[in-house]
Design a binder for this molecule. Sequence first.
Ligand SMILES: Nc1nc2c(c(=O)[nH]1)N[C@H]1C(S)=C(S)[C@@H](COP(=O)(O)O)O[C@H]1N2
Ligand SMILES: [Mo]
Length: 548
Amino acid sequence: MPTDPRPAPAAEASPGVSAAATSVTADRWRRALAGLLAGVAGLAVADLVQAVLGLRAHPVVAVGEAVIEVTPGGVAEFLIDLVGRYDKPLLVGGVAVVVLLLTAAAGVLTRRSSLLSLLLLAGTAALGGLAVVTRPGAGTGDVLPIAVGLLTWVLALRVLVAGLSFPAGTAGTAPRQPEPAEQPTDQAGTDRRTLLVRVGAVTAVAALAGVGGRWVGRARTTVEASRRLLRLPATRGRVPAGADLTALAGLDPEPWRTPRDAFYRIDTALVLPTINPETWRLRVHGLVDRELEITYQDLVTRELTEGWVTLCCVSNPVGGDLIGNAWWSGVRVADLLAEAGVQEGADAVLQTSEDGWNCATPLTTLTDDRNAMLAVAMNGEPLPVEHGFPVRTVVPGLYGYVSATKWVVELEVTRFADVEAYWTQRGWSEQGPVRTMSRIDVPRSGSELPAGPVRVGGVAWAQQTGIERVEVRVDGSDWVEAELGAVPTDASETDTWVQWTAEVDAPAGEHLLSVRATDRSGSTQTSARRNVVPDGATGWHQVDFRTS
Ligand SMILES: Nc1nc2c(c(=O)[nH]1)N[C@H]1C(S)=C(S)[C@@H](COP(=O)(O)O)O[C@H]1N2
Ligand SMILES: [Mo]
């Protein structure tokens, strides 16, 4: 009679099947959750190991950086544009979510085969390892967080899944022997407790590692502290009289000096390099007579040069805000290069930052009498970490991507023909002089204003050339010359933006305000709109507003 291998009596087949189906789904979910929890524990443990070893970046961050690196420049630009300021948290968060989805999948896979599950975890870790070892300056020690994290994943998943298999009464495991009536409830109770203990243990490991990692990480942020303790012989710079038109007739443009928290930030670093000035070194080498190695102390005891420079990003669209004006203090690059003795034939300096970013700068812009400097202070304070602490380069007249190396550690005198730098490899122009440009800040696009005379204003810039004239017009009317704010009276006279203001007539209705600047070489901004790639946007900024 008992030839049927199936354990369930035929009469119960139908409800039995659906119950089994539900429990299969439920079991998958439980295993996915186990995978997820194991995943979180592994990431937290990796974080702790990273912090204890003082390694630069969490593996998840390294993967994010690798993603940026392999993303084609155009796509990266597009994505950064799309998510704006949140690109970095979003990217890191996105990588973490993908990793956790993979560990959850590894949890589900334990139903089929623990070998497959293990392979998925190991594969995920291996990809992370690849990202870590390809980071600039990575050593073999950098894979330790991943190794320990992987171990955590495997052990935690094992512990959790083993805890699951009892109460679930899962398909695929042998059905329990019929037992005395009271036993199953007892058994289930014990199993549930075992599972809870296991979940609790893994959660505790994750939480402790997470908290420990944060704590150690904080203890390491001594760089901020040493930055605050620095006393540099730098001044804060005085805004030239008449330069700041902010107060004029209810204008509310950006102040002439950009405050720190409004100054744009552009870089490829997901984690800010934290460089102790005590250990910072600048190597000057390549086509030079004498290599130099300069310490922070060497640098700041030299004579500091100071000046106003408006820094601008080549990716700044017409009307955009990837531009800021500050008072910089630093050491002239020309002096250092003269000390090193530049050799015949060199035409470029390849600058490298501590985090492996680089750019090639025309030698002439570093040696002529513009104040190209290794800056140590911004607006009278030691450089903010996000703007390159302890030392960055500032070259008036050039876009940041070919000149303004933050966290700079190396200057190699070389030839353009022999090198390719980060952004030029990604399709941007080798030379990056700043284009003459103007922007309307007031009114904002879409404003509703009373009809009649309207006060408008904004900024214009033509670094190294200087702004000669700014004109505005409403709709198709004649161009009206704007009043210009003052510029510095020293050598940085042409290196800053200029504020402008004008009064235009706007009867009731919809209007389009346009602006164009003419620089001191006599050239006026073209109306032809061109995208930022490969060497900066062109076209007039226009703002629509309505009066009634
Ligand atoms: N180390 C490093 N320096 C860098 C970059 C970078 O990605 N890494 N980006 C450059 C670019 S494209 C610009 S526009 C300026 C921006 O400087 P800021 O962030 O201080 O405004 O820094 C430049 N220096
Ligand atoms: Mo830039």
